[in-house]
Design a protein around this ligand. Structure first.
Ligand code: FES
Length: 103
């Protein structure tokens, strides 16, 4: 079953940056890139680091711990030392709020 969770105000999404949110107990990273909004897991697949503490460049988030990079559009692991993708989530903006669909 999937459900849409209201995670933050649309105007609180940073421009070309990342913020961490809680979505029903799950840690999610929300990215604003070129006016669009993306959501992935906030915890790196390599170790226990939060991607919201990392560095966003274009569509790639760099993990703060060992500099692994993920594509925020699909969670794909782009380089070493990463061996596993992270999950990405559908996002919608409705009534001035950002919603993330969790499965
Ligand atoms: Fe993210 Fe190692 S914990 S790259």
């Amino acid at each position: 079953m999937t459900q849409w969770i209201d995670v933050l105000a649309a105007d609180a999404v940073p421009e070309d940056d990342v913020v961490g949110v809680d979505a029903g107990g799950r840690e999610i990273a929300i990215y604003g890139v070129e006016g669009a909004v993306y959501a992935t897991d906030n915890i790196c697949s390599h170790g226990h680091a939060r991607l919201c503490d990392g560095f966003l460049e274009d569509f790639e988030i760099e993990c703060p711990l060992h500099q692994g990079r993920f594509d925020v559009r699909n969670g794909k692991a782009m380089c070493e030392p990463l061996t596993e993708d992270i999950r990405s989530y559908p996002v919608k903006i409705e009534n001035g709020r950002v919603w993330v669909e969790l499965a």
